[in-house]
Write a protein that binds this ligand. Structure first.
Ligand SMILES: *Cc1c(COP(=O)(O)O)cnc(C)c1O
Length: 360
């Protein structure tokens, strides 16, 4: 059977070239005589892999020298706890913008360790927009200010960043990382689970400004302390070696393609193909206000539940899979991460056009 067009929100599709290269190197990596999965994380071959991954990521994201890159485990969800455990050390207060399930979870987790101020929320309209923020409502004493830069479930994204002054801006970039340029210097900390746009599940990347690495609050488990991981080059314990290796291949693939800037142009093109179709369609409707639309996750609905279900079923049969929307939004969601080729989006839209002609 041929590979399908996989619109999964995560874990999501990987570039076919990367999978082929990994397959070719599966049993014997270079001259190591073994698979990457079988080698010591302290071996020179793996040292080269993790250092290569970091160097290419730094190059792709233009990460300044005063930031550390950490390869951790536990998913973005562990960062919901790790961020407050390491940063809530001053006023023990933090500001959060509630733009969806992930932001909500991050805020509730932080509440276990301090006081959370929910600056704004778009819950009133099922998170279909990014709230306008008024800096007068920000807490100047907060230890950090948290946003979810792209909301995977609802398909919204920030196009301007809040001005938090001296309060470190922290962002969950799980579903936007490497899809468009991000000015790292504007943030104190960025984190992303790999399985949306970087590689397989199992590795979480944290990019943290060095002055924020001062040790976690008392009683924090060793594994949840950024300083431990930073001091040990992400090798305090066994890192997720194979996942890091695949990320390295993805980073190299992206670099060969022209880097994040070139990818951004392609991503804008892909998103425009889908949104332009949705905007003129009489059957399908996008669920997000146009100015806050995500380039990565595109939710849309048909007028009835029956049509939604029929569309998802027929699309799957035609080779367009994982288009079912999140249970809190219903309808459909097409996740069009970096690895989704333009052709995949064009074919999906052709299929939607055809479906519309038959059903309206
Ligand atoms: C997927 C996702 C998460 C959860 O990631 P895990 O790695 O499963 O913990 C958190 N935040 C965002 C924005 C996501 O897209």
């Amino acid at each position: 059977m041929a590979r399908v067009y996989n619109f999964s929100a995560g874990p999501s599709m990987l570039p076919e070239d990367v999978l082929k290269r990994a397959a070719a190197e599966m049993t014997e990596y270079g001259s190591a005589g073994m698979s990457v999965m079988e080698m010591s994380h302290r071996s020179p071959a793996f040292e080269e892999i993790i250092q290569g991954a970091e160097a290419t990521l730094r190059e792709l994201m233009h990460i300044p020298d005063n930031y550390k890159v950490l390869f951790l485990q536990g998913g973005a969800s562990s960062q919901f706890a790790m961020v407050p455990l390491n940063l809530m050390k001053g006023s023990k207060k933090a500001d959060f913008v509630i733009t969806g399930q992930w932001a909500k979870k991050a805020a509730s987790e932080a509440e276990k360790f301090g006081t959370v101020n929910r600056v704004a929320s778009s819950a009133d309209k099922t998170f279909s927009y990014i709230p306008k923020l008024d800096p007068a409502t920000f807490d100047k004493e907060a230890d950090f200010f948290h946003i979810t830069l792209n909301n995977t479930i609802y398909g919204t994204r920030y196009t301007t960043l809040p001005d938090t002054g001296n309060v470190p801006l922290v962002a969950d970039i799980s579903s936007i990382v490497l899809s468009e340029p991000i000015d790292v210097s504007k943030f104190g900390l960025l984190y992303a689970g790999a399985q949306k746009n970087m590689g397989p599940a199992g590795v979480t990347v944290v990019i943290i400004r060095e002055d924020l690495i001062t040790g976690a609050i008392e009683g924090t488990p060793t594994m949840f302390d950024y300083k431990i991981h930073a001091d040990n080059g992400s090798m305090y314990n066994t890192p997720p070696t194979y996942a890091i290796y695949i990320c390295k291949l993805v980073f190299e693939w992206l670099k060969n393609l022209g880097g994040v800037e070139a990818m951004y142009e392609i991503n804008k093109k892909k998103a425009a193909i889908l949104y332009d179709f949705l905007d003129q369609s009489k059957l399908f409707t996008g669920t997000v206000v146009p100015e806050d639309r995500s380039l990565m996750n595109v939710p849309f609905v048909c007028p009835t539940e029956e049509l939604n279900a029929q569309f998802i079923k027929e699309a799957k049969a035609a080779g367009f899979v994982n288009l079912k929307g999140h249970r809190t939004v219903g309808g459909m969601r097409a996740s069009i991460y970096n690895a989704m080729p333009v052709e995949g989006v064009e074919k999906l839209v052709a299929f939607m056009r055809d479906f519309e002609a038959k059903n309206s």
